[in-house]
Design a protein around this ligand. Structure first.
Ligand SMILES: Cc1cc2nc3c(=O)[nH]c(=O)nc-3n(C[C@H](O)[C@H](O)[C@H](O)COP(=O)(O)OP(=O)(O)OC[C@H]3O[C@@H](n4cnc5c(N)ncnc54)[C@H](O)[C@@H]3O)c2cc1C
Length: 404
């Protein structure tokens, strides 16, 4: 049976939704399914603030949704990184790196709403409350068994994209193995007020239990991401609001004054899940399905959106040339184009997670010396900073413009 869809995307998280938007603008027939239902009228309850680097902002602008986020996106112009109880620290400043800002903090609920609202204006066929099952590729396309509100069905497409998150059923059905690491850490996320805000400044403080990040939102409001040992997570979550504020204050210190007005708390167990390959016959993985990493460097979604931009560009070009978007040569070329960057981002976040967790004295000395050296070597810092912001090279023409 010839495929009815050009591309079927499993997973309507940030990566899958952004990819659907990008493909629809190229006139492809796109289907998108997710085990969840559409966002409720009140929007998502995700309390996180996600750091979007300039390359991600450019993709969101290209997709026409950055303008919806501008009122809520807080610029970051300074980043302060330190190792609690040790001498090392390093700072990044936008003007030193020659950019107006290092990134923006986007409330995750606003990002989800903006992406999903835009999706509703496209021609994509949406399958909510639908779980992806077995995947059967053949010469012409791929048959995907799904179970949704109307019962079991089979969808056919020329290409299946697994954007179905860290535990990706598409990856599993396609027989793609993974490399995994459990960091034994859980991130507790909550918004709160600080009495001495630092304008447009993000803080990351490494502690033996894991990093604490404080990201600006608006005025005195900040997002806190506090990593705890998973063994302690239940006890920390059980604190009432006043006790949790005290706990956080004790771990972060008084640099931003007193903490108050705690919002809803969310907990996220942290691990690394890396797909051994990102393509299989008629199938490609994107976002967390390909690489789910520790949030310490705020790189996970930024990496996923680069996957999306490159994949959308390559599929659109194939479609314009009348070529098959699921052809093995295209998938292999995609995997090759993404390999080095995916590997280096995974290595960066995994190394941060492991090196800063250790209290082995030579490693502590080494990481502090590294931070100080970085602080004193503007050239090295500039190169690292531009790479983290996705500015060291143009990954895709979808990230080329700088409209805001
Ligand atoms: C505490 C924390 C802070 C973070 N901060 C940042 C940050 O500042 N910057 C940054 O870049 N990244 C950050 N990240 C990482 C970022 O959140 C992820 O990289 C991103 O959300 C991944 O999006 P995704 O769409 O690839 O996957 P997901 O968001 O996991 O979406 C997967 C989708 O697939 C669906 N699905 C799963 N199984 C099935 C199935 N069987 N059938 C159908 N659908 C299915 C799910 O319902 C879901 O909607 C952070 C992560 C954490 C935990």
């Amino acid at each position: 049976m010839p495929p009815e869809l050009d591309v079927l995307i499993a997973g309507a998280g940030f990566s899958g939704t952004a990819l659907a938007l990008a493909l629809c603008e190229s006139g492809l027939k796109v289907g998108l399914l997710d085990a969840r239902g559409p966002l409720p009228p009140g929007g998502s309850t995700d309390a996180r603030g996600l750091v979007m680097v300039p390359s991600s902002r450019r993709l969101l602008a290209h997709l026409g949704i950055w303008r919806d986020l501008v009122p809520y996106a807080a610029p970051i112009r300074h980043v302060h990184v330190s190792d609690r109880g040790h001498f090392g620290f390093t700072r990044f400043a936008a003007d030193e790196l020659g950019v107006p800002e290092l990134g923006h903090v986007c409330p995750a609920d606003r990002l989800a709403t903006a992406l999903e609202s835009a999706l509703l204006t496209t021609s994509a066929t949406l399958h909510w409350s639908t779980r992806v099952g077995a995947v059967r590729p053949d010469d012409e396309g791929v048959s995907v068994d799904v179970a949704g509100p109307a019962g079991a069905a089979t969808l056919r497409a020329k290409l299946l994209v697994g954007a179905d998150g860290a535990s990706s059923p598409v990856r599993e059905s396609s027989g793609i193995g993974t490399t995994r690491r459990d960091y034994g850490q859980t991130a507790i996320v909550a918004n709160l007020d600080v009495s001495r805000p630092a304008a447009a400044t993000a803080f990351e403080r490494f502690t033996p239990d894991g990093p604490i990040a404080i990201l600006p939102l608006a005025d005195r409001r900040v997002v806190t991401v506090c990593t705890v040992k998973t063994a302690d997570a239940e006890a920390v979550r059980a604190h009432d609001d006043a006790a949790y504020l005290e706990y956080l204050q004790e771990r972060f210190g008084n640099r931003l004054g007193r903490f108050s007005k705690l919002g809803v708390r969310g907990a996220f167990p942290l691990g690394l899940v890396r797909a051994e390959r990102v393509v299989a016959p008629r199938t490609v993985l994107a976002g967390n399905a390909a690489n789910a990493i520790h949030p310490n460097g705020a790189q996970g979604l930024n990496l996923g959106l680069r996957d999306v931009a490159v994949l959308a560009e390559m599929i659109a070009d194939a479609h314009a040339a009348g070529a098959d978007p699921g052809a093995p040569a295209l998938l292999d070329a995609y995997a090759k184009r993404r390999r080095a960057q995916q590997r280096s981002v995974v290595l960066f976040s995994d190394s941060l997670a492991r090196v800063f967790k250790s209290d082995f004295a030579p490693l502590v000395g080494g990481r502090n010396a590294f931070m100080l050296a970085l602080d004193l070597l503007p050239g090295v810092k500039r190169t690292l900073g531009r790479r983290l912001m996705g500015l060291s090279r143009l990954d895709s023409r979808l990230m080329a413009g700088d409209e805001r």
